[in-house]
Design a protein around this ligand. Structure first.
Ligand code: Q46
Ligand code: ZN
Ligand code: ZN
Length: 303
């Protein structure tokens, strides 16, 4: 297989685009695709300060790399959850630190959940939500911290490394259950609905997971291969697998499922967002909550 642009040996063949590219042109192509998504969905402007949520994995580190190469003011945020199994948190932080050091010490900050709030994610999950999975508590904590850091640091938005496979897996789950509220909100850009909530953007939303993985590989970005130990068996993985079978039979199926969903929604063919709940400001942290009194995050740390 030869690169369509220069005829040298291709390193990747993207059947959904009928496009094979060599190393150099593939790296260029990823930058261009990302830049286009940022512009197309009006994610952020060239002089905006962007907070990139980095986990040490291939998607978030590749995203950070691409944003820096595109000349954006992209700074990192690593949230140390305190996952001790397989020294997961320490290892993944190590990858983020090396990434930043190799790029002349680009700015990033670490929020260590245990140091800041007194308990690691797992400890608080055990103490508060017996029988609940760590992930629900973890999601709540990560959202709170991202919003807080973005607000305090004056960032215009939070960028996450979600790729097309992530988005399509969620879309399929929501569609199969007709989760109207979730479908109405699933978007490459989630606007801020409160001054304390940052806008969320997903610049890799048009890239397949195999492309973000190839980008990290070709660019020489070292990342943590293992998933968080609690992610094992997650339903999303099942849907990803299912969608890959579909893609195998019909190249481009994932991309077109996602893009036609966005188009349908734009044309008003899906659902209007459910009536907004009235929001109250949490008396402790100031972030909005749906019921008066402490927000779910602050209640976690009570007593
Ligand atoms: S939610 Fe669950 Fe993830 Fe938190 S506990 Fe690990 S798997 S990191 S995206
Ligand atoms: Zn080429
Ligand atoms: Zn609160």
């Amino acid at each position: 297989m030869k690169c369509r642009k220069c005829g040298r040996p291709a390193v990747i063949n993207m059947r959904q685009h009928k496009l094979a590219l060599c190393e150099e042109h593939f790296l260029e192509w990823v930058l261009e695709q990302t830049r286009r998504a940022i512009d197309r969905y009006h994610m952020f402007a060239p002089d905006d300060k962007v907070l990139v949520a980095v986990s040490g994995g291939k998607d978030s580190l590749s995203l950070w790399d691409v944003l820096l190469r595109l000349g954006y003011r992209a700074e990192g945020l690593y949230i140390k959850l305190g996952v001790e199994e397989g020294a997961y948190s320490d290892k993944s932080l190590g990858y983020v630190e090396r990434f930043a050091a190799e790029r002349g010490g680009v700015h990033f900050q670490v929020v260590d959940v245990k140091v800041t709030y007194g308990m690691s994610v797992l400890e608080v999950a055990r103490a508060r939500h017996r029988g609940h999975k760590a992930c629900s508590v973890c999601g709540l904590i990560k959202r709170h911290i991202m919003n807080r850091v973005a607000y305090e640091g004056g960032y215009s938005c939070i960028a996450t490394g979600h790729n097309l496979d992530d988005e399509v897996a969620v879309l399929m789950q929501n569609t199969l259950r007709w989760q109207v509220g979730y479908l109405a909100r699933q978007s490459p850009v989630l606007p801020a609905t409160h001054p304390r909530l940052a806008r969320k953007v997903k610049p890799f939303v048009h890239l397949y997971e195999r492309e973000t993985a190839a980008y990290a590989l070709v660019r020489g970005i070292d990342y943590i291969y293992d998933e968080c130990p609690y992610a094992v068996g997650a339903t999303t993985l099942f849907y990803k697998d299912l969608l890959n079978q579909l893609e195998e039979r019909s190249p481009g199926a994932k991309l077109s499922f996602y893009l036609s969903f966005l188009r349908a929604r734009e044309q008003g063919l899906t659902f209007t967002e459910q009536t907004r709940l009235e929001l109250h400001d949490c008396p402790r942290c100031g972030q909005p909550t749906t019921a008066p009194g402490l927000c779910a995050f602050c209640r976690l740390w009570e007593n």
